[in-house]
Design a protein around this ligand. Structure first.
Ligand code: PEP
Length: 239
C-alpha cells in the first residue's frame, strides 16, 4: 500500500483547510493518504473524509510545561491529529532542529499514540562530496535512537537540494539511497518501515518515483496545496 502525504507547511489557515478537505475525496481504497496542516488548522479538519489522516508538522517533546510557543503530542492528539512530521529539513535549517532533539520529538509523539513521519536528507554539498550515505546513517542512528518499536514509524528521505526547488532526484539516485536506508531499517527493526521520497514530487513525476524499488510513497509540499493536483498525483502514483 502506497502512502501519499501532503505537507501544507505554513499555508492554509482554517478556512482554506476546510475548503480543501471538503473537496478532497481521493479515489484510493488501497492507498494511505495523510495531510499535515498548520497547528491552528487542526480544528478545521473535522469534515475530512474518513480515509484522510490528519496530522501536524512538528511537536514538542515535553508533555507540558514552560515551553512558550510549543505544542505537545498530547495536545495534538486532543486536537484530532493522528500523525506528526518530525525533523523536516526546514525545521533543521531554520529552527535549530538536531538529530538529538528530533529523536526526543519522535519518541514523545509515538508514546502519545501518534504515527511519525521522520525526515532525513543530505544537502547539496554532501551529495556532491559523495558522503551522503554516511550522513543519512548518522541521521537515522541518532534520530531513531530511542525508537525501539517501529510500528508507528515512517521514514521520509528528502534531499534538501530537491525540496521546493523543482529539482527532483532521478530514479537511480532515489533507488540507491532508499536501498541504503532500507538496509539500516531492516537491521534495526524486525518490522517493515515504509520509506517515502520527498522533494519536488508532482503529478507528472510521481509515477516513476512510486515505481522505484523501496519507495513506499511520497511526501509532497508545493504540489499538495492544490487539491485537484494532489488527487491526480495520488491517482498517478498509485497505478
Ligand atoms: C516537503 O515539504 O516535504 C517537500 C518535499 O516540499 P516540495 O514537494 O515542495 O519540494
Amino acid at each position: 500500500m502506497k502512502i501519499f502525504a501532503a505537507n501544507f507547511k505554513m499555508n492554509k489557515g482554517q478556512k482554506e483547510t476546510a475548503e480543501y478537505l471538503a473537496d478532497f475525496n481521493p479515489k484510493c481504497n488501497d492507498a494511505r493518504v495523510m495531510v499535515a496542516v498548520p497547528f491552528t488548522s487542526l480544528s478545521a479538519t473535522k469534515n475530512a473524509k474518513k480515509q484522510v489522516e490528519i496530522g501536524a508538522q512538528n511537536v514538542h517533546f515535553a508533555p507540558s510545561g514552560a515551553y512558550t510557543g510549543e505544542i505537545s503530542a498530547e495536545m495534538l492528539v486532543e486536537a484530532g491529529a493522528t500523525f506528526c512530521i518530525v525533523a523536516h529539513s526546514e525545521r533543521r535549517k531554520y529552527f535549530g532542529e538536531t538529530d538529538e532533539t528530533a529523536a526526543k520529538r519522535a519518541k514523545a509523539a509515538i508514546d502519545a499514540g501518534l504515527d511519525v513521519i521522520f525526515c532525513i536528507g543530505e544537502d547539496l554539498a554532501v551529495r556532491e562530496k559523495g558522503t551522503f550515505k554516511r550522513k543519512l546513517t548518522t541521521q537515522l542512528k541518532n534520530g531513531l535512537k530511542p525508537i525501539d518499536d517501529s510500528t508507528h514509524l515512517i521514514v521520509a528521505y528528502e534531499p534538501v537540494w530537491a525540496i521546493g526547488t523543482g529539482k527532483v532526484a532521478d530514479v537511480d539516485t532515489i533507488a540507491e539511497t532508499h536501498a541504503h536506508i532500507r538496509k539500516f531499517l531492516n537491521k534495526k527493526y524486525n518490522k517493515f518501515v515504509p520509506i517515502l521520497y520527498g522533494g519536488s514530487v508532482s503529478e507528472k513525476n510521481v509515477a516513476g518515483i512510486c515505481a522505484t524499488k523501496n519507495v513506499d510513497g511520497v511526501l509532497v509540499g508545493g504540489a499538495s496545496l492544490d487539491s485537484a493536483r494532489m488527487k491526480e498525483l495520488i491517482l498517478n502514483g498509485n497505478k
